[in-house]
Design a protein around this ligand. Structure first.
Ligand code: EPZ
Length: 430
């Protein structure tokens, strides 16, 4: 077992490079299954979720090799239709994209019900399945697996009554080779939707409107391999932006698309931080204690829910009362229990957290409840007086490449430390 040990209360100063976007990569990698060809994908982050996805593709017959740490060659020429291994997919939320990709390629897919971040509530996939059905697929379940089958996929008009990143992506994957035209209305507009559309179009797909509420897909018969570079990770960048402001530091965050960071920059400025944008970098600094503001998470271009826990840590240190509302997920405040152990004053009222800013946090033993909750604990530890120990960091490794190295290079004192699994110790003694 591993944990992070952080000695906090010092500013982050220097430069940080951002890796490729996890949530774009988890869609683009399965999209390679839509052609039997060779792909060279750059800016692939070296994180657990992506390595799990590559392992799944390999188990399906794809040949994976690396030109360097972030450039992956994927040869899908020997992939065969069939069941995707249950053990490999059950813990990866984004494994549901294998459903869309396999259905799009072979008219048939069998994949485990998705795992991934558990915020304490339900994470349904009814909209994905509704989209597949509209394209002509029959859906059933079999021993924890979802089975989707079609004689022929036919383009259709699909209206999502809720904006869903996953459902938008899954229908795009399934529809690129369907006969006729598919129209997705009330589509998600996140940067990774646009990135996937750009990738699919480079493969020969005909997708228009990605990044708007209406996406039009004209089905094509064949797709082919391509070379592609994944966009930088909006949420990794946002996490370090907030860390800079919360520690009263000064960070130049490189390899970003500043436009993707607009909702985060706007809120940091509202709190009193300085945010300067350059072509492909962004600088965030704060000279002293900031003031609170209200946050409401919304689908893109609103404030991202995946930045909500990290921003709440900042607000817990700001002057005044802030109200944080998560309108995307029903129950994404589980981490608040951990934060209150460090002295944060936060009350949960339904879908909102009422944050009473205080001048300081105190180091404590805490855990990462999920990926972004873990990132929030790191920021809290960096700001807190004393030592913070974060357990369950396996969640953080799912989405942040080289987090210890990147933070150490800008002045943080953070280490990854091995410790015995308490359950094993008890078992040995018994
Ligand atoms: C993606 O999850 C991201 N994951 C999440 O990031 C992110 O929090 C979320 O989008 C929202 O931005 C990946 O890209 C792998 P949704 P996804 O479908 O696609 C409801 C992270 O930290 N809904 O947009 O699963 C759902 O309950 C992760 O990197 C349905 O009702 O999210 C939620 O309230 C965590 N039915 C809302 O829509 C469905 O069929 C948005 O979910 C699907 C979703």
């Amino acid at each position: 077992m591993e944990k992070f040990v952080i000695k906090g209360n010092r500013p982050l100063i220097g430069e940080i490079d951002i890796s490729g976007a996890k949530n774009a990569a988890v869609a683009i990698l399965p999209a390679t299954l839509l052609a039997k060809d060779v792909f060279l994908i750059e800016n692939v982050p070296d994180i657990r979720d992506i390595n799990s996805m590559l392992q799944i593709l390999e188990s399906m017959g794809a040949q994976i090799s690396y030109a360097n740490r972030s450039t992956v060659k994927i040869d899908t020429r020997h992939v065969q239709p069939g069941t995707v291994d249950y053990e490999l997919t059950k813990n990866l939320r984004a494994s549901y994209y294998l459903l869309g990709a396999m259905l799009g390629m072979y008219n048939s897919a069998k994949v485990a019900m998705p795992g991934g971040c558990n915020f304490g509530g339900v994470r349904p996939i009814d909209l994905h399945l509704k989209g597949f059905s509209a394209l002509g697929a029959m859906i059933s379940t079999d021993g924890g697996m979802i089975v989707a089958k079609a004689n022929k996929l036919l383009g259709a008009s699909i209206y999502f009554d809720k904006v869903s990143v996953g459902a938008t992506i899954n229908v795009m994957l399934a529809a690129v080779k369907a006969r006729g035209i598919t129209i997705i209305e009330n589509a998600a507009r996140e940067p990774h939707i646009v990135d996937l559309a750009n990738f699919l179009n480079l493969m020969g797909a005909r997708i228009k409107g990605a990044g708007t509420e209406v996406i039009k897909i004209e089905g094509v018969g064949e797709l082919h391999g391509c070379n592609y570079s994944i966009i930088p990770d909006q949420i990794e960048a946002g996490t370090y932006m907030v860390a800079a402001a919360a520690t009263c530091g000064d960070l130049l965050i490189k390899n970003v698309i500043p436009k993707h960071l607009d909702p985060i920059s706007a809120k940091l400025r509202e709190c009193g931080a300085t945010v300067e944008e350059f072509d492909d970098s962004i600088r965030v600094s704060a000279g002293g204690r900031l003031h609170g503001c209200n946050i409401k998470t919304m689908p893109h271009p609103g404030f991202p829910t995946d930045m909500q826990p990290q921003f709440t840590v900042l607000l817990s240190l700001c002057e005044g009362i802030s109200i944080v509302t998560d309108s995307v997920w029903d129950n994404r405040f589980r981490y608040v229990d951990q934060l209150t152990r460090m002295g944060a004053q936060i009350q949960i009222e339904g879908k909102a957290a009422i944050v009473q800013g205080s001048a300081a946090l105190k180091g404590a033993p805490v855990k990462a409840d999920d990926l972004r909750a873990g990132a929030a604990m790191i920021i809290a530890g960096l700001c807190a007086k004393g030592t913070t120990e974060i357990e369950d960091i396996i969640h953080i490794d799912r989405g942040y490449e080289d987090v210890v190295k990147k933070l150490t290079a800008v002045g943080a004192t953070i280490a990854r430390v091995n410790f015995p699994d308490p359950q094993n110790v008890v078992a040995k003694r018994a």
